[in-house]
Design a protein around this ligand. Structure first.
Ligand code: NA7
Length: 537
């Protein structure tokens, strides 16, 4: 291998969210120089952009927190079991201050292209404002849900009131008092925003195309006693999360639904329904997300809860999904969501049967009529997982872009590297356990693994490394197998790359379905064997 002169930086990291911040810290720790380029004006990623009212964790705050620094764990205390966005953003700012991260971050810099130069063996990264930087390694930390999607509706630009996509919410407070507000979208985001807007709105109209199965968050403040308990057991909390399928504190139980009586099952579900967080989704019988019969039983139980909570039976039926079972799409977590529809100033408009036809200067028109509005909230989701990659012109050693390379679906090794794109690592990329995970638990695993690899590569004197095609083929087959056994693989949602406003790619497998422990095992096997899935260059 011919050595090449050192580049300006060892690594360029795209994104200063939860992954990018930790990656910068780890690179510094191992003596690699790095610059982070970030589109926003400050750190935070998801928590910087998604400032809509009601935005908050669905993971317990103390499971979402970074685990890498004892000092940080000691110094930061969460106020609620599921913290709201402003607190999370403050936390990430606190982390950036504590580790003096901002000095290596260039803000307001949206990367437009990154090109591998075979002669210099480095990545040339270019931003929309003309900023240019070269580095040996390129690490993407762009987030799986960072490319917001607006709906394709005639006249959308003609609306004369205020309108916001939830992921581009203004920094200034938006008042709903006395206003006629319309919300399009009833995914996890729509549910959070609807229940918050309903508290102060003049009149709220929810335009629902497809209902989702929601479950109670059961949030609350963390008492002093609980805080002491959390601090004393923090290591155990992380251990439990890391041993669980999704990095959450909740994991499936040993029994299957068929192992218990109807009465026992009912009692268990009643209990789970009243408990905080994702227990009803991930802390359930181990067959509910893989067996259609088991899933149907749980689905019927949740449907009953909706019927109990919504006064008007017709409205209740409109809120009950009929095309998929509970937990086969992302479960929105709610606090009084169903009761919102008992308010006399809230109307649910079913646009599944009678779709929105256009947006007018005065409001929204559907096949059933016209609603005059002062403000429209677009909670219409994201071009998930691959969307952020598709929006950058990544070019490696081959002819095409990364978007073209992944045209028929991602092909990666461990969801962190793609053949033809040497020295490029995709944190929380497609086919990586982190995309279906309590993010920070998987992010720390991803970042630690990549950092260890870079250190080893430096030791070996490599100019770089490149994932092999054989290893990528094998990983892709494994990923598809892990996903196919899950009921969620049969249902349209962002988990499978489906957003009906996107026309440029077909549904595809985006997640890794094997769970965090198996994923970690595979990653560790790769590093223990000195990275056989990567060629040295
Ligand atoms: P989602 O889960 O993709 O939800 C988007 C919602 O927007 C969903 O209800 C869509 O209905 C609806 N939508 C999109 N376009 C339209 C049009 N044209 N008309 C009516 N309704 C529309 O995004 P979220 O932001 O809620 O959640 C994404 C993740 O972020 C979430 O899972 C958390 O992990 C954080 P559809 O289902 O397509 O009928």
């Amino acid at each position: 291998m011919t050595p090449v002169p050192p580049p300006e930086f060892d690594a360029v990291v795209i994104g200063a969210g939860v992954s990018g911040l930790y990656q910068l810290h780890r690179l510094r720790e191992v003596g690699l120089s790095a610059i982070v380029v970030e589109a926003g004006s400050d750190v935070g990623g998801t928590w910087y952009w998604n400032r809509y009212p009601g935005a908050r964790f669905d993971s317990e705050s103390y499971t979402y927190t970074y685990s890498f620094s004892e000092e940080l764990l000691e110094e930061w205390s969460w106020s609620e079991h599921f913290a709201a966005q402003p607190e999370t953003l403050r936390y990430l700012g606190f982390v950036a201050d504590k580790f003096d991260l901002r000095r290596d971050i260039r803000f307001d810099t949206r990367v437009s292209a990154a090109t591998w130069d075979d002669d210099t063996m480095r990545w040339v990264v270019v931003a929309e404002d003309g900023f240019r930087v070269e580095a040996r390694y390129l690490i993407t930390a762009m987030g799986p849900l960072s490319a917001p999607v607006m709906p394709i509706i005639d006249g959308i630009d003609s609306f004369e009131g205020e309108s916001f996509h939830t992921a581009r919410w203004p920094h200034e407070a938006v008042s709903f008092e006395g206003k006629r507000v319309g919300v399009i979208g009833t995914g996890a985001t729509g549910v959070q925003v609807i229940q918050e807007v309903a508290k102060t709105v003049g009149r709220l109209t929810v335009f629902q195309r497809s209902p989702n199965w929601c479950a109670p968050l059961n949030n609350g403040p963390i008492t002093e006693e609980q805080q002491a308990e959390i601090k004393a057991t923090q290591a155990e909390i992380f251990r439990r999360c890391n041993a669980s399928y999704g990095g959450f504190i909740h994991d499936s139980i040993r029994e299957k639904t068929v192992d218990v009586s109807d009465a026992q099952r009912h009692e268990f579900w009643e209990h789970r329904y009243r408990e905080p967080g994702f227990g009803i989704w991930f802390g359930n019988y181990r067959d509910v997300l893989v067996s259609p019969e088991a899933n149907q039983k749980l689905t019927d139980f949740i449907a009953g809860k909706i019927r109990d909570r919504v006064d008007n039976p017709t409205v209740a039926e409109t809120l009950i999904p009929i095309d998929h079972g509970f937990g086969t799409r992302r479960v929105p977590m709610e606090t009084g969501y169903y009761e919102v529809y008992n308010q006399s100033n809230v109307e649910l408009v079913d646009v599944g049967d009678r779709p929105i036809t256009r947006i007018t200067p005065a409001g929204i028109e559907t096949e059933a009529g016209h609603w005059d509005l002062d403000l429209i909230v677009f909670a219409t989701g994201f071009d998930a997982v691959t969307g952020a990659f598709d929006r950058v012109d990544f070019r490696g050693t081959g002819e095409g872009t990364l978007k073209e390379t992944w045209g028929d679906g991602p092909q990666t090794v461990l969801g962190v590297s793609t053949p033809g794109f040497p020295n490029m690592f995709t944190l929380v990329g497609p086919h990586n356990a982190a995309t279906f995970c309590n993010m920070p638990r998987c992010i720390e695993q991803n970042v630690d693994w990549v950092t260890k690899f870079l250190v080893r590569s430096r030791e070996r004197g490599d100019n770089g490394v490149e994932a092999t095609h054989e290893a990528a083929e094998a990983w892709t087959v494994h990923v598809h197998e892990t996903v196919e056994r899950l009921l969620l693989s049969k249902v349209d949602s962002w988990f499978n790359g489906v957003n009906h406003n996107l026309t440029d790619h077909p549904p595809r497998v985006l997640l890794y379905g094997g769970g965090l422990p198996l994923y970690r095992e595979r990653c560790d096997a790769e590093s223990d064997a000195d990275y056989p899935s990567f060629a040295r260059i």
